[in-house]
Design a protein around this ligand. Structure first.
Ligand SMILES: [Zn+2]
Length: 355
């Protein structure tokens, strides 16, 4: 099994919360237990639930759990100072470049082309032991705030950026979660430049108008890295049934977000964990709507919006993503469908989309 996780905020955590992805989760949890994080950062080191959760991501766990490819994000907290946001974005890009430059076959590899992807899946499958598995990082910008102007896109592309979600909670480019609206003039220029470079567009967090505009006019490849079903979670953060159907028609793969608050309506931290069935409800719903299981994947968002205490059981760390297969089997998914959801569907998209 080659697992793909389409959404992990790795660089943001490394640069803003001292969560170096090279450390195991055991080591990182011990560090954080003995030294509470500095809450000076604008997000206060907190999750959406207002409490800091235990870390779930670490390269040793990716390797052990056969997570071979991660869409590693560049995520910057929105702020007024454009120069500061752009500098933060570049610092995160350089963090990934530095990881990939370390001389280690079983280290991080930046994935920028189909050839990179082929080498990665080959070396992953033939690694002498799980500890020697390489992990591919495919850079994804969550909200295009760091991009000062669409004219700069070529520089970002040259540095390795391949996927852009133009917005988070609204941006200069288009409406986003909690901020309705379509694409601005600047946003349309960004789309045109992305299309020229054949970059992958990420629909996650787009406001409804922007989703429809994007599906209608974007001629390049599209994904939704981490989005659930609005019929189960009634907020604009997730897709309506019409959007899911329309996205599937464009062969968009939608990553299921593994955060309790995005799985179960009204979930509160005090309620404790939820079970895997909460995840399956979303996947089953997409399968029912579009008639196949080729348009679902995983976009865990582990350590982004939340961590261990806000994640369904049995996921303790990213090493446990494979446990989703057991739940899918119990819901009568075929082995082909299961390997598709765990990685094959996103791999199909990336193989077709990358240069
Ligand atoms: Zn997000």
């Amino acid at each position: 099994m080659f697992i793909v996780d389409a959404h992990e905020d790795i660089a943001y955590n490394a640069l803003h919360h001292d969560r170096d992805v090279r450390r195991s989760t055991v080591e990182q949890r011990a560090r954080e237990a003995s030294a509470p994080p500095d809450d000076a950062d604008s997000s206060g080191g907190q999750t959406l639930t207002g409490m800091r959760d235990e870390v779930m991501i670490g390269l040793p766990e990716h390797r052990r759990g056969s997570v071979g490819l991660v869409c590693s994000t560049i995520f910057c907290m929105p702020e007024e100072n454009q120069e500061a946001v752009t500098a933060d974005g570049w610092a995160q890009m350089r963090y990934y470049q530095a990881l990939a430059a370390e001389p280690d076959d079983a280290g991080v590899r930046l994935i920028g082309s189909r050839a990179d992807l082929d080498r990665l899946t080959h070396d992953h499958a033939t690694a002498p032991s799980p500890e020697r598995r390489p992990v591919g990082f495919l850079p994804l910008m969550e909200s295009a705030d760091p991009i000062r102007d669409p004219d700069d896109l070529e520089q970002w592309y040259a540095a390795g950026l391949r996927i852009i979600g133009p917005t988070w909670r609204g941006s200069r480019y288009c409406g986003g979660t909690g901020h309705p609206g379509g694409f601005t003039e600047l946003g349309l220029r960004l789309l045109a430049e992305m299309e020229r470079l054949r970059m992958i567009l990420d629909l996650s967090h787009m406001a409804d108008d922007a989703v429809w505009q994007a599906l209608e006019r974007y001629g390049g490849p599209i994904i939704a890295s981490h989005t659930n079903c609005r019929v189960i979670l009634p907020t604009d953060r997730h897709f309506t049934d019409d959007q899911i159907r329309a996205a599937a028609q464009r062969d968009v793969v939608i990553g299921v977000v593994l955060h309790n608050g995005f799985l179960v309506a009204g979930w509160k931290r005090e309620q404790g964990p939820v079970e895997l069935d909460a995840v399956l409800r979303h996947l089953d719903h997409v399968r029912e709507l579009v008639g196949d299981a080729r348009h679902s994947g995983i976009g865990s968002d582990f350590d982004g919006g939340a961590g261990n205490q806000s994640t369904p059981r049995p996921f303790d760390t990213v090493a446990d993503l494979g446990a989703l297969a057991d739940g899918l089997r119990a819901h009568d998914y075929s082995e082909d469908e299961i390997s598709g959801i765990l990685g094959g569907n996103f791999l199909r998209t990336f193989t077709g989309a990358l240069p």
